[in-house]
Design a protein around this ligand. Structure first.
Ligand code: PMP
Length: 375
């Protein structure tokens, strides 16, 4: 199998599996219990929280664990708009957000918030001044992802948050860093983010776990109440095995962000070189995007047909965004990729373990697919 769908999910690393196994065998206590079994589980969660906090340049008390980035995004946006949105009713967002943000914003619109979407300019890029002019005194929240999951485009989060905060210091900033975390440097202060969403399964951790960074002093109104775990923001017994798996992956990957980035950049260069030589292939990702995600259009051949052709060769890629279950998300259109070009888009997403030989086999299969599949 050649797995090139790492933006959808990644294979858990052995360290993550081992760490989850320990928490499901020897260390199975409830972190809230007052006896030693509980304390040991609590210590494992504390250690995990510190690992995630350190990776972000944050303090452990500012991290809560969640069931994944979908939940982190929702808690951030709903929680902050409920806490601060009585008078300030405008939310500003990029127009290329993941469905978990986009649908939460649509929900908030239904509750009477005005959501203003900033779109890329004709060159397919976002500009800080467009975000500044979309904000006003009435703005409560600004949300923008760091790396787009469909194209790998890197949004100028730092410039936007700095420029907006200079003018409107009370606006709360949120960024979905799912596709950036452990791939680019994601640090709370340089980014100027008040809220950051992360996911465990995109970084060789585990599915069903994520985290939300909440800057000191930012209040979120909880939507699930009960035993007051996770500082009362997310009640419910912590999933110790998944949290341990997540942090084991963080501890493993955090020291090698730059090294892996370089390696994957070389893979991207090779991939782009090979597929560009094939008839009718267009590259939809920007040159300076995250190398981990490469979006291409395969000579007008419908994505799904090509995807299944590649699957028959045991090569796994994605059409557009895997989370949208085959539905076109409209994000490519925002970047100016429309019509047949969008209908034939494939997303190839790599990891540092991807090999050059795999890329070559993919390119070869793609070329054969283009000549052999219909429509
Ligand atoms: N945001 C982005 C940018 C994503 O790519 C994804 C996963 N496809 C999510 C959020 C949702 O993450 P999770 O699966 O952890 O809920």
């Amino acid at each position: 199998m050649i797995y090139l769908d790492n933006a959808a999910t990644t294979k858990p690393c052995p360290e993550a599996v081992q760490s989850a196994l320990e928490a499901m065998t020897d260390n199975f206590g409830n972190p809230s219990s007052l006896h030693r079994a509980g304390l040991n589980a609590q210590l494992a969660v504390d250690k995990a929280r510190k690992a995630v906090a350190d990776s972000l340049g944050a303090a452990p008390e500012n991290i809560i664990f969640t069931s994944g980035a979908t939940e982190s995004n929702k808690r951030a946006l709903r929680g902050a708009s409920a806490a601060y949105g009585k008078k300030r009713r405008r939310i500003v967002a990029s127009s290329v957000e993941h469905a978990s943000v986009a649908e939460t914003l649509a929900d908030l619109e239904g509750k009477g918030f005005e959501v203003v979407y900033v779109t890329p300019r004709e060159d397919g890029r976002f500009y800080a001044e467009d975000f500044v002019s979309a904000c006003n005194e009435n703005t409560v929240l600004l949300t923008m992802m760091y790396v787009n999951n469909e194209t790998g485009y890197i949004l100028p989060v730092r410039e936007v948050f700095t420029a907006v905060k200079r003018r409107y210091k009370d606006i709360i900033t949120h960024t979905d860093c799912v596709q950036a975390y452990m791939k680019l440097s994601v640090k709370v202060n340089p980014l100027g983010a008040d809220l950051i969403s992360l996911s465990g399964h995109k970084i060789h951790g585990a599915k069903g776990v994520g985290a939300l960074y909440i800057r000191k002093g930012i209040r979120l109104i909880p939507t699930v109440t009960g035993g007051k775990q996770e500082k009362g923001i997310r009640s419910g017994t912590e999933s110790v095995p998944l949290i341990c798996a997540f942090s084991a992956a963080v501890s493993k990957l955090a020291p090698s962000i730059n090294e892996r980035y370089e390696r994957v950049s070389a893979l991207k260069e090779r991939l782009v070189g090979l597929v560009s030589a094939a008839d009718g292939v267009e590259i939809n990702s920007p040159d300076d995007g995250s190398p981990y995600v490469v979006n291409i259009s395969a000579a007008g051949k419908r994505s799904e047909i090509m995807l299944h052709y590649l699957e028959s060769r045991e090569i796994y890629v994605s059409s557009g965004s895997a989370c949208s279950k085959g539905q076109q998300s409209g994000v490519l259109g925002q970047f100016g990729i429309t019509g047949k070009r969008a209908d034939s888009a494939l997303r190839i997403s790599m990891t540092a373990d991807t090999t050059e030989a795999e890329i070559e086999q993919f390119a070869e299969a793609l070329r054969e697919g283009i000549t052999s599949v219909r429509g």
